[in-house]
Design a protein around this ligand. Structure first.
Ligand code: LHQ
Length: 254
């Protein structure tokens, strides 16, 4: 369901139901959650890369999963929320390589990447209203923060299918590359991040999430607390030493 490959300090995770456009099932979400938790606890993993097998990134919830036995969606969403919480709480950078269509909760998962690279043929559609549902998997939280309220209203109420270039113009992705170069580019980015100051990345992610709901004095206070933590890392010492010695830093992720 989820392929795991290690490349040095980078963990590559691949959603692997290509025959169903990597549509999300309870089983796949469990596997993804487990992989994220494992990666979070493994000091050898310093960056992650998430992509989809085959021609899609993910079509969102597998609409064929439930049949007649449709579960209560509120309960079912706990599986999604565990994944989103694991992605957002991951104290390591997560690159997402959007290789094809990303729809519904599949688009939400793509957006939870800290850096998002798309193939030219990729597309994004919120899809929820098409089947009479509300945004989930953090989409209602993240989308207005990424693109602003007005654009989020449009994307959620009308569900247009955005091309990779349109997604780039909106800031939904950071870079668009030809499909055949997607994994090479995304891996290069993940490798670069895997050589960086892991603790500072983790704390930066935390700040960017937390400060949205804080007042300015609270945000300044949290910055000071987390800067205190970053200031006690070996990587900070190494960064300053390397700067003084006019050489590139050798960060250890500590
Ligand atoms: C699919 C799917 C799919 C099954 C394409 N499932 N088969 C959370 C909790 C609780 C409840 C519900 O929801 C959620 C969160 C959500 O994610 S809700 C949103 C669910 N996703 C969608 O509504 C997306 C539906 N799919 C699409 O909009 C398109 O298929 C996309 C944009 C993903 C891809 O478009 P195309 O590249 O044009 O492919 P296609 O539409 O021709 O689909 C290919 C096949 O895949 C087709 O089957 P077939 O047997 O005709 O070849 C589709 O039926 C199947 N498929 N999405 N989510």
């Amino acid at each position: 369901m989820v392929l795991k490959e290690r490349e040095g300090n980078v963990l590559l995770l691949t959603l692997n139901r290509p025959e169903r456009l990597n549509a999300l099932t309870g089983e796949l979400l469990e596997a993804l959650h487990e992989a994220l938790e494992e990666a979070g606890a493994d000091p050898g993993v310093r960056a992650l890369l998430l992509t989809g097998a085959g021609r899609a990134f993910s079509a969102g919830q597998d609409l064929g999963e439930f049949g007649e036995e449709k579960p209560d969606y509120e309960a079912h969403l706990r599986r999604y929320n565990r994944v989103v919480e694991a992605m957002s709480a991951l104290e390591k950078p997560l690159v997402v390589a959007v290789n094809g269509p990303a729809a519904g909760a599949g688009m939400s998962l793509a957006l939870w990447g800290d850096l998002r690279v798309a193939a030219t043929g990729a597309s994004f559609t919120t899809a929820f209203v098409n089947i009479g549902l509300v945004p989930d998997s953090g989409m209602s939280f993240l989308l207005p923060r990424l693109v602003g309220l007005a654009k989020a209203q449009e994307l959620l109420l009308l569900s247009p299918r955005l091309s990779a270039e349109e997604a780039l113009a909106l800031g939904l992705v950071h870079k668009v590359v030809p499909g055949e170069r997607l994994m090479e580019e995304a891996l290069a980015l993940a490798r670069r991040l895997a050589e960086g100051p892991t603790r500072a990345y983790g704390l930066t992610k935390k700040l960017l999430l937390e400060t949205y709901r804080l007042s300015l004095p609270e945000a300044l206070g949290l910055e000071a607390i987390l800067q205190g933590q970053a200031g006690r890392t070996a990587d900070h010492e190494e960064g300053v030493r390397a700067f003084r010695e006019k050489r590139p830093p050798r960060f250890q992720g500590r």
